[in-house]
Design a protein around this ligand. Sequence first.
Ligand code: ATR
Length: 279
Amino acid sequence: MMLSGKAKVAGVMGWPVGHSRSPRLHGHWLERYRIDGAYVPLSVSPDRADVAIRALPALGFRGCNVTVPHKEVAAATVDVMDATARRAGAVNTIVVGADGMLTGSNTDGFGFLENLRDGAAGWQAETGPAVVIGAGGASRAIVAALLDAGAPEVRLTNRTRERAEVLAAEIGGAVTVVDWVSRETALDSAALVVNTTTQGMHGEPSLDLRLDALPRTAVVTDIVYTPLMTPLLHDAHARGNRIVDGLGMLLHQARPGFAAWFGTEPVVDEDLRRAVLAG
Ligand code: ATR
């Protein structure tokens, strides 16, 4: 669609940003809803991230997404953080208010839960213990979202145990840290397994996890979406567990930002998945 001088502008700030699928994602929605708006990649080096974020109101931006490695700087730079950003300790979505105030939120947990609800009909956090593998930035938002959604217990396991302990202490609540060497015992009676590590991504080894102890009723999901069918999801599917791939988390986490910047609640569907995968 042709832009007018009144076009609403947003974007994604990262370094590097060239691999980001967000411009394609938001671009698809902008076309579908025939919105006079643009969503652009913003290649911003780490030493200038705070200046770039503070410049958003002056440039007339409605806001932006923030990706690696700027999520923590964004948390330190915005004027207000909502509860999701405070809990995650990181901001991935900034909205510029009418008064120029910058509000930061973190929609990764929302995207994660919506993807599960979408991909595993009837799934509820309350059903039973969740096993979360990995303790990086994505894990933090996911553990917090699972607890907030009512998971009775989160069993957190990470190659470097200390990182899991720090995360558990900071988030609080029913998080049990499980030794990496004992990770397979954590699968016993679990209702959900989530891989938040990079294992299973193209070019990386598979996640080293035998699923023998996992109930067949459990849902298995991965935040890796290149490939969509990770070795973990393949194994889980082969033994009869329901699986949810990681692309939907990316798509759903984008909804709140799009709605705030462009004024339309967007829908995640097959067309969108195809458009984002085509990149
Ligand atoms: P984020 O961007 O989410 O903060 P990160 O810091 O790169 O991610 O963390 C990636 C996760 O993958 C971590 O949990 C990491 O484990 P460590 O804390 O021990 O580094 C995990 N990870 C990376 N390589 C791994 C491997 N070979 N085996 C197991 N876990 C691995």
